[in-house]
Design a protein around this ligand. Structure first.
Ligand code: APR
Length: 326
């Protein structure tokens, strides 16, 4: 998955490069800076001493030493002063310069903390929006696995309003399933439950399952839908946050069976409605069921026609669910 958001201690994350939220002296500090220096060991500070500091919005690179990475990219975020002192541009530049350095050093994977959102006081939701826009802009032209590593639950914010709506939707729709063959009964129950709840004009809609497509594989259905939606392969796998290599595997293997999160990611990228999503998932042996919280959250976003994969992933993350994409 080219971009994912995970909750972890960044010093534990393996990547070609790990980005440090440093200060302009580059001589260490608290927060991420302190954690990275402790994990990397004293040689990191020795190399940092040779760099002559770093300006806000810029980035410099050192070796990774004892950290599980080849390089550490040190960038200095802006201190939040209310938003009127160019903070957004400087923060955007931190991601941009760090990614340029990572590309220059042939890194295939980079892990970021949420820069400036700690000691420097940048509101976390605003900081995340800047990070996501800078990272997605970079990914529209480049291939790299980028991970946003957030250290606490509150760091990954969708608007409280969305979270409240999803909470209510889960209360109204989520049905605990306690059967020992939950998988099968969920499959069956979920399916019938969905169709029980579907409005008449949908559940009996003709042709959604047009029988000539019954033996269509997931891969064939996906390629057909890409054509029907007038999209290109690149548009779809980038919007689905799916790695190019995985997409070409699916394209070339007519019987490829993706993970459920991958199949759902394609449904979101194609902006399918519920019946179309069920149809596509079924080709890979899955369904959206009311007894799986992940499924209920996905149904919420599809029924509300919100196909913003970052909001979906941030919401899934907030409910401790796996994220969509590979
Ligand atoms: N792993 C991942 N994220 C972390 C970790 C960790 N081990 N520790 C803290 N964070 C998160 C914080 O929760 C926050 O969301 O990183 C984000 C950035 O927080 P800071 O580390 O305080 O960085 P920043 O806000 O950019 O302030 C930089 O703080 O540590 C000093 O020397 C640093 O002066 C500089 C200033």
């Amino acid at each position: 998955m080219p971009f994912r958001i995970i909750r972890n201690d960044i010093t534990k994350v393996e990547a070609d490069a790990v980005v440090n939220a440093a200060n302009s002296s580059l001589l260490g500090g608290g927060g991420v800076d302190g954690a990275i220096h402790r994990a990397a060991g004293p040689e990191l500070l020795e190399e940092c001493r040779t760099l002559g500091g770093c300006e806000t919005g810029q980035a410099k690179i050192t070796k990774g030493y004892n950290m599980p990475c080849r390089y550490i990219i040190h960038t200095v975020g802006p201190v939040w002063q209310g938003g009127g002192s160019g903070e957004k541009g400087l923060l955007y530049s931190c991601y941009e310069k760090s990614l340029q350095l990572a590309k220059e050093y042939n890194c295939e994977s980079v892990a970021f903390p949420l820069i400036s959102s700690g000691v420097y006081g940048y509101p976390k939701d605003k900081a995340l929006q800047v990070a996501v826009s800078a990272i997605t802009e970079f990914l529209s032209e480049n291939d790299m696995d980028i991970t946003m590593v957030v250290f606490d639950k509150n760091a990954v914010l969708v608007s409280e309003n969305i979270l409240d709506n999803v909470r209510k939707y889960i209360d109204d729709n989520y049905v605990e399933e306690h059967s020992d063959n939950a998988g099968r009964s969920t499959f069956v129950a979920g399916f019938s439950m969905i169709y029980e709840k579907m409005p008449e004009d949908v559940c009996c809609a003709p042709a959604r399952f047009s029988f000539d497509k019954l033996d269509e594989s997931f891969s064939q259905a996906l390629l057909r839908l890409i054509d029907e939606k007038g999209m290109t392969d690149v548009q779809v796998y980038k919007k689905a946050n799916i790695d190019r290599r995985l997409f070409s595997k699916i394209r070339s293997d007519v019987n490829y069976k993706p993970k459920k999160q991958t199949a759902v990611a394609f449904a979101i990228a194609l902006e399918l409605d519920i019946p179309e999503t069920q149809d596509l998932l079924e080709k890979a042996g899955y369904t959206l069921s009311n007894s799986i919280k992940f499924d209920v959250i996905i149904k919420y976003f599809i029924e509300n026609r919100n196909y913003n994969i970052y909001e979906i992933n941030e919401t899934l993350f907030s409910f401790d669910q796996s994220l969509i994409g590979v």
